[in-house]
Design a protein around this ligand. Structure first.
Ligand SMILES: Cc1cc2nc3c(=O)[nH]c(=O)nc-3n(C[C@H](O)[C@H](O)[C@H](O)COP(=O)(O)O)c2cc1C
Length: 350
């Protein structure tokens, strides 16, 4: 399947496909207008409306994509400017693809920073592996603090053993709690791939391999969610899951303005910038986004960490970071799958 797009779009969009998205649902679609312009869309069928922060996190993901595209483009000698609509996602809309706005390309110099950014983008992966229990270079922590501050956000962190353990436990309980919610459970089931074959078939979603859990056990446990509350099976499943969290010694979070669609997009851009700073320093990251989106866990986390939220500031991201072995790769759909043609919603090259 060949995709021939005007200008540099073919290779820029092809690389930007590696952007991270919640549940690896890959919701961004693109319609190329000409050699220098393209329109971005959010594919509402790939959104996560059941979650409490489903709408804000949709625009966070748009910001993550925009920053990914800008990072890829900069490494190839292009700067990206965006003219966005900044609207909340409308999951009740009849049209499947909600327009996000337009991006334009201008030639730019390839700086060493741009090259380093692209190299980090190519290496970046979520690591749900056990971590090595080694400290993280304080220089990268300062860098992440500066990235957040430059956009009016704050990077908080802890390496207090007791607090780390407590929040890791809150993250684990979040999964159990989410599974009790029928709508969220159905949404998780739609994105879980319990075998390599299932992951290859769709090239999206959360594969058992990337979750580091045995596929058949994962499938069985998710289909029989009552099991989690049984006296023997419940603790066993908790132990298997918590085992993947061995060696975690530090947790980080991002707080800041998170009230409007524009702020959600900015948050996404900040998150990817921070993630790439960690990656450049050889540090892996694992977002605990569901702790943020699950209302009960959100309160439990902010109270435990002593994070104060008010009208202008929300704790909108939480993650573990540290050193680990290389994590498994999460697959991506082919480029034509995310391209819209000029007239409507069908993909190029299909
Ligand atoms: C906004 C956001 C929230 C996320 N939340 C979670 C989460 O709660 N738990 C988790 O295991 N991974 C989470 N992830 C990681 C994605 O599942 C991951 O990026 C995706 O599966 C693709 O894998 P990759 O990052 O290795 O390329 C999140 C990613 C993003 C961008």
């Amino acid at each position: 399947m060949s995709t021939s797009l005007p200008g540099p779009w073919s290779y820029l969009l092809d690389e930007a496909r590696a952007y991270p998205s919640p549940h690896n649902s890959q919701p961004i679609a693109v319609r190329v207008r000409d050699a220098g312009r393209a329109e971005l869309f959010y594919d509402l069928e790939r959104g996560l409306p059941a979650e409490n922060f489903g709408k804000p996190f949709g625009n966070v993901c748009a910001g993550v994509y925009l920053e990914s595209l800008a990072t890829v483009a900069a490494g190839h000698g292009w700067s990206v400017s965006a003219d966005l609509r900044y609207e909340d996602l409308d999951f009740g809309a009849t049209a499947r693809h909600q327009p996000l706005g337009t991006v334009s390309l201008e030639p730019s110099e390839i700086t060493p920073q741009a090259q380093a950014g692209l190299a980090a983008f190519r290496r970046r992966r979520t690591s749900r592996r056990p971590y090595r229990n080694l400290p993280v270079d304080p220089a990268v922590l300062s860098e992440v603090g500066a990235i957040a501050a430059a956009a009016g956000h704050e990077f908080g962190r802890t390496d207090r053993r007791e607090l780390v353990d407590r929040i890791v436990r809150i993250n684990q309980e979040t999964l159990f709690d989410d599974l009790r919610n029928d709508a969220v459970h159905a949404e998780i089931m739609a994105w879980i791939r319990t075998s390599d074959r299932a992951a290859e078939a769709t090239r999206d979603g959360l594969s058992a391999r990337t979750l580091l859990l045995p596929g058949p056990l994962l499938g069985f446990a998710l289909r029989h969610r009552g099991m989690w509350d049984l006296p023997l099976a419940g603790p066993l499943l908790r132990r298997i899951y918590l085992n993947t969290m061995r060696g975690v010694r530090e947790l980080g979070w991002l707080t800041g303005p998170f009230g409007s669609a524009a702020e959600h997009v900015t948050a996404g851009r900040v998150f990817l910038r921070a993630w790439l700073a960690f990656t450049r320093a050889g540090v892996h990251l694992h977002p605990f986004g569901t702790v943020i989106t699950n209302p009960r866990s959100h309160v439990a986390f902010t109270e435990a960490a002593g994070v104060t939220e008010d009208a202008g500031r929300t704790a909108w991201m939480l993650f573990r970071y540290g050193h680990s072995a290389a994590p498994p790769e999460a697959l991506r759909r082919a480029l034509p799958e995310m391209l819209l043609d000029r007239d409507g919603v069908t993909s190029w090259g299909r």
